[in-house]
Design a protein around this ligand. Structure first.
Ligand SMILES: NC(=O)c1ccc[n+]([C@@H]2O[C@H](COP(=O)([O-])OP(=O)(O)OC[C@H]3O[C@@H](n4cnc5c(N)ncnc54)[C@H](OP(=O)(O)O)[C@@H]3O)[C@@H](O)[C@H]2O)c1
Length: 256
């Protein structure tokens, strides 16, 4: 028997790369996203490993609970939860359809929070006390500042960072690792899906493999906040010194 890692948003991008890394590190996988076809392709690629596919739409208010129920039906306990599923929306706040913004907050905030709540107790009582166990939540360097024209997205990632840092403190001494991965611009479908491919944000990107490698290693080492790449680390650091109003103006400029 092996420990199990549940990875959301594993059908592409950073989550897909993280799935490969956790499988190779000796975890059974449960992979989830909406696209069952892409998840089945991932399972085929990882045919030497134990991979369970569960297609679920986490923008649905019942999505996270449905996923939890399906995991329980498999008789699985979860040692690592990677809350990676997420998306952004680019545009003036008042023009972006409210229904789409609510779906985004459902995935980026509510599903992440619910899944963490459901699986924490499993992790605490897991028999795999010697392997890394815990939660890796994917935020963004957007978490460190306000982001005009992606206002709700940036705010959702600030929630993920703050929530995860607080949880880490609450759970210190339990043997669980609670980490936040804060990628900068990464070459995935994110910008196309967000309709942000025209912005200066995409001028310098990292590959999803590089981001996942650093995220995985940081989690295994028990790091609190993992920021891949020196440029992103500098941006996050500068948020400590640059007034937030100035940071908002700069982010607005980068969005053009
Ligand atoms: N790319 C960047 O520049 C960047 C920077 C900072 C942070 N991030 C964060 O990194 C995480 C991964 O994004 P990515 O860059 O790898 O983008 P991506 O390639 O678009 O991957 C997003 C993943 O989330 C899943 N997902 C989206 N909506 C979902 C829903 N309603 N229900 C269930 N799953 C859903 C997608 O699968 P389906 O479409 O199959 O459902 C996909 O597997 C996100 O949280 C994102 O905010 C990305």
């Amino acid at each position: 028997m092996k420990p199990t890692a549940l990875i959301t948003g594993a059908s592409g991008g950073i989550g897909y790369e993280l799935a490969h890394l956790f499988a190779k590190a000796g975890y059974d996988l449960i992979v989830t996203a909406r696209s069952e076809i892409k998840l089945q392709q991932l399972k085929t690629e990882l045919n030497n490993y134990h991979v369970t596919v569960i297609a679920e739409d986490l923008s649905h208010p019942e999505g996270a609970h449905n996923l939890y129920e399906k995991v329980k039906k498999q008789g699985k306990t979860i040692e690592v939860l990677v809350n990676n599923a997420g998306f952004g929306l680019n545009g003036a706040f008042e023009d972006l359809p409210l229904i789409e913004q609510k779906k985004m907050l459902q995935v980026n905030i509510h599903a992440l929070t619910e899944l963490t709540h459901y699986f924490i107790n499993d992790m605490k009582t897991s028999p795999f006390s010697t392997v890394p166990r815990g939660v890796l939540n994917v935020a963004s360097i957007a978490a460190f500042q306000p982001g005009p024209r992606m206002a709700a997205y940036y705010a959702s990632k600030a929630y993920v960072l703050s929530f995860t840092e607080a949880l880490r403190e609450e759970l210190s001494g339990t043997g669980l690792t609670i980490s936040t991965l804060c990628p900068g611009a990464t070459d995935t479908n994110f910008f196309n899906n967000a309709k942000a491919e025209h912005t200066k944000l995409v001028t310098r990107t990292m590959s999803p493999k590089e981001v996942a490698d650093q995220g995985f290693l940081g989690f295994i080492k028990g790091k609190r906040v993992i920021i891949p790449g020196w440029l992103n680390q500098s941006l996050a650091l500068s948020s400590k010194f640059v007034p937030r109003a100035t940071a908002a103006k700069l982010a607005h400029y980068m969005d053009t």
